[in-house]
Structures are given as C-alpha cells and as structure tokens.
Design a protein around this ligand. Structure first.
Ligand code: GNR
Ligand code: NI
Length: 147
C-alpha cells in the first residue's frame, strides 16, 4: 500500500470529471488499497480518486467511530434522494482549514460495485449519506464550497 499525495485547491485537477471503471482488476484494487491508506493517514472519513489525481469512479470511506470499516465503492450512482434536506458542517482534505455548512438530501439510495465486484444497492443516512454525496461530487469535479 502506498500513501499518495493529496491534490489541494486551487489545483484544476480537482475539476476533472471521472470516467466509469470498465472492469475491476488488480490495478483497481491496488488503487482502492492506496486510497484507503491515504484516507486513514490523513484522518479523513472518505476519499475520491480525483483527490489522488486518478480520474476514475472510485471512492473509499470509513464513517465508523473505530475506523475499522473500510468501504470501497466503484461506479457509485445515486438512485434516489429524499426531498427532506439536512444541514451539516463539512470539510475536505483538498480544501484545508475551511469548514462550512452544506445542505443536502437527508437520505439517499445508492448503487455501486464493492471491492469484490458485487453490485450493492443500499440506503444511506446520517454521516454516511453526507459523505457519499460529498465524495460523488468530487467525481464530477464539484467541491463542497460550490454548494
Ligand atoms: O474527512 C472528511 N470529513 C468530512 C466531514 C464532513 C463532510 C464531509 C467530509 S469528507 C472529508 C474527506 C474528504 O475530503 N473527502 O473527499
Ligand atoms: Ni472532499
């Protein structure tokens, strides 16, 4: 596992739109492992491939208190967003020392491929829902400060 340098604002690389992963191979798994190591090192709860200058639809997250529940999400899609919104304070590893309130759908349903390449469909709420939306924005070149 390799800790990768994080891309920081105002690097225009953060504005690139990522492409879907065509198949999960050894290289994708290596990327996911490196992203997890980078996320844990930086003490983040999530990381998008964009933030390590890879423009493929790969996210990693761990929203657990104990930091022992790594998640890998490949080609994530939001298939439902609730009408009710929730406001929470966000930060971003690519926007150091800046925090602000962002309003987002409170509950979302997502579909993605996991580390094993299986399709998963699940509901998210709370910090998990906030984080997935924040990370999926990165894949479109959007930052929380844009909201
Ligand atoms: O570590 C992170 N914390 C966080 C807090 C509130 C809302 C979103 C986040 S994601 C952020 C890590 C990061 O920048 N991921 O892209
Ligand atoms: Ni971020």
């Amino acid at each position: 596992m390799t800790i990768k340098p994080l891309i920081i604002l105002p690097d225009p690389v953060l504005r690139q739109v990522s492409k879907p992963v065509e198949r999960i191979d050894a290289e994708s798994l290596q990327l996911a492992d490196d992203m997890l190591a980078t996320m844990y090192e930086a003490q983040g709860i999530g990381l998008a491939a964009t933030q390590v200058d890879v423009h493929e639809r790969v996210l990693v997250m761990d929203v657990s208190e104990e930091r022992n529940q790594p998640l890998v999400l490949v080609n994530p899609e939001l298939v439902f967003k609730s009408d009710d919104l929730i406001e929470g304070e966000e930060g971003c590893l690519s926007v150091p020392d800046f925090y602000d309130e962002v309003e987002r759908p409170k509950r979302v349903k997502l579909r993605y491929l996991n580390y094993q390449g299986e399709q998963v469909e699940e509901w998210a709420e709370g910090m998990y829902a906030v984080c997935i939306q924040h990370e999926m924005d990165h894949l479109q070149g959007t930052l929380f400060i844009d909201h």
